[in-house]
Design a protein around this ligand. Structure first.
Ligand SMILES: [Zn+2]
Length: 174
């Protein structure tokens, strides 16, 4: 089970399903995230980036016409897509329709943030949070607004203490 990936050599376009995608290195991604925070402030930047990732991944699922009825198939597709896009390893095995814990044994943002900037004050896996939320919304038929998501442990804050990142998802207000 995976989304089809194609590369048009003549037009230099990479697609997943029908959705064109752009790949960036960790330098670009870390500086982009930090630049947005510097520009509009950390809290607004966090909300914006989680929301943007959610929108992009939701559109990706629509473009590849994900219509599995079994949530497990969608969660597996999410894990495989996350890995194929180079964002690391995301584990949805501890979630249900009511939420749960998502583990990131390997996170592109957490690993590279620490290597580039040193210890982060807060979790930095904003793209992973939006990605996870879009995947769970797709799998369980929930909505962005009704779901609360936060990163409760991020390797970028202290890799000696935190081997991996933990994202917790629940219903809004719980
Ligand atoms: Zn993290």
């Amino acid at each position: 089970m995976s989304a089809s990936i194609s590369f048009d050599k003549e037009r230099n376009i990479l697609k997943i399903g029908n959705q064109p995608v752009v790949l960036h290195c960790h330098h670009y991604n870390m500086f982009l995230q930090q630049s947005i925070s510097d520009l509009i402030g950390d809290e607004k930047a966090r909300t914006l980036q989680i929301s943007a990732a959610h929108r992009v991944i939701s559109r990706l699922y629509e473009s590849i016409r994900v219509n599995y009825s079994d949530p497990e198939q969608i969660l597996t597709l999410g894990s495989e897509t996350f890995k194929k896009l180079g964002y690391g390893i995301i584990d949805f095995s501890k979630v249900s329709a009511s939420g749960g814990k998502i583990l990131l044994p390997m996170s592109h943002y957490a690993f590279n943030w620490f290597e580039k900037f040193g210890p982060a004050k807060k979790g930095v896996c904003l793209f992973a949070m939006g990605f996870a939320l879009a995947t769970m919304n797709k799998a369980f038929g929930t909505s962005f607004d009704s779901t609360d998501i936060r990163e409760t442990q991020c390797r970028a804050m202290n890799p000696e203490e935190y081997e991996y990142c933990i994202i917790e998802v629940g219903k809004n207000g719980n």
